[in-house]
Design a binder for this molecule. Structure first.
Ligand code: ATP
Ligand code: MG
Length: 139
């Protein structure tokens, strides 16, 4: 069964450039409602754990360094077909390949510093939401 929930982070490149409000505005206008939200900064250890599936990839050290370099916004979002619709809203991993109007096309600088994260499955959306939020912090 589909959960209708996904998990996102506004990444350090976007928060440090002052894009947080504009990105949240696009997310809300696209029909997602915010079920949990947090402004925080990951330690290297936390960033490493979050992206552990990519541990063997050549870009992993760079990814961990980047994701712990500045503040992020973490959020649980709800909408029908949330995971797939949110991936469509953010666009391709590499902003050069992202469709016009997508969040990464508008706000991302490069394949590494690409403004937002979006879960790739219902299962990972639940795992990633649990990584950041207790039961008391979600609605
Ligand atoms: P995310 O999981 O952050 O939503 P994604 O699912 O589009 O992104 P993944 O393949 O899961 O892409 O990669 C996770 C993150 O690792 C990317 O968003 C990006 O920040 C970084 N990354 C991926 N590929 C590269 C690469 N070739 N060089 C540098 N960084 C990369
Ligand atoms: Mg991914």
């Amino acid at each position: 069964m589909m959960s209708n929930r996904t998990f996102t982070m506004i990444k350090p490149d976007a928060t440090s450039k002052g894009y947080t409000g504009a990105i949240l505005d696009q997310i809300i206008k696209a029909g997602f409602s915010i079920k949990a939200m947090k402004w925080t900064k990951l330690t290297k250890e936390q960033a490493g754990l979050f992206y552990e599936v990519h541990k063997e990839r050549p870009f992993y050290p760079e990814l961990v360094e980047f994701m712990s370099s500045d503040k992020i916004v973490a959020a649980i979002l709800e909408k029908e077909n949330a995971v797939a619709d949110f991936r469509e809203l953010i666009g391709a991993t590499n902003p050069a390949n992202a469709a016009d109007g997508t969040i990464r096309k508008i706000f991302a600088a490069s394949i590494g510093e690409n403004a937002v994260h979006g879960s790739d499955s219902d299962e990972n959306a639940a795992i990633e939401g649990d990584f950041f939020f207790s039961k008391l912090e979600r609605f």
